[in-house]
Design a protein around this ligand. Sequence first.
Ligand code: 13P
Ligand code: SF4
Length: 335
Amino acid sequence: MNITEATNKIEEKGFLDLDIDVHIDLFAEIERLKKEKNAIVLAHYYQEPDIQDVADYLGDSLGLAQKAQSTNADMIVFAGVHFMAETAKILNPTKKVVLPDLKAGCSLADSAPAAAFKAFKDQHPDHIVISYINCTADIKALSDIICTSGNAEAILNSLPKDQQIIFAPDKNLGGFLNKKTGRNMLLWNGACMVHEIFSLEKITKLKIRHPKAKIIAHPECEEPVLRLADFIGSTTQLLKFSKTDSANEFIVVTETGILHQMQKESPYKTFIPAPPQNSCACNDCPYMKLNTLEKLYLCMEYEKPEIFMEEELRLAAKKPIDRMLDISRAAGLIG
Ligand code: 13P
Ligand code: SF4
């Protein structure tokens, strides 16, 4: 198949499912393409282990945004979901940004449609809008400041205590922040399908069976689950805690992809994935897991699917992200 045929097939199908020679060494090919095309592979911790292992940079949403902004590579290959690749394009528009599967969306981003959110915002003209980075560029453009789970508290601490705030789209992260900071932010009713589905009952039973295990959870989880946690943080913060804390066993209440790094960084510790309220033993994000090593290779080879954005929208969405990065720098959270 030549490039034109491949490109037509990609455009027709909307994602990559081209046949690949099974004998090909994808790891070696990806390394070759990185050099040939001056490309950088950025990956989120929820990606499959093979993708994490070929990444040039692996991180949480904050780290990935900063890396996307500062890279000198000509092509940013974003092994994550659509809003992450979109953020990379917003911050570094002269680079080609590609995503292995364009259908890698996010239930949380989907829970805030722009028109409905604009109407909600218009009803509260005295409020400023802080949006979690897990949202579309349209929502970012309607926001005053963006935050991630790694810097949300620092962002809130930079604002006067009596500032009225709308927090979108994650009601669980917003509720957690309200409780932690004593604020009373108005919460948009959105949630992440992966973090909402953890089973309180199964986690409690796991803790009874493993009394010495510490429960570590992502703040996108629901309040009753967070109440059980010994430590709550972004993926990078959870990883750091699992490495530095004296416990040898952890019940990990977030997407299972993170266990790969936890086990790599602490090979003698035990990591138990928290079970969801279904028949599965662990909890994968169906969007994150749409990316595969094969699709990563193909998107590097054919430089598609690419992220494009209208300049007016990009500039409007960039403003609140820049504000987030400035506050994060001032708080010493990024370099
Ligand atoms: P962080 O990696 O920033 O904690 O975000 C988690 C997440 O749900 C990404 O989609
Ligand atoms: Fe979105 Fe949740 Fe998947 Fe993260 S884990 S990409 S918030 S659906």
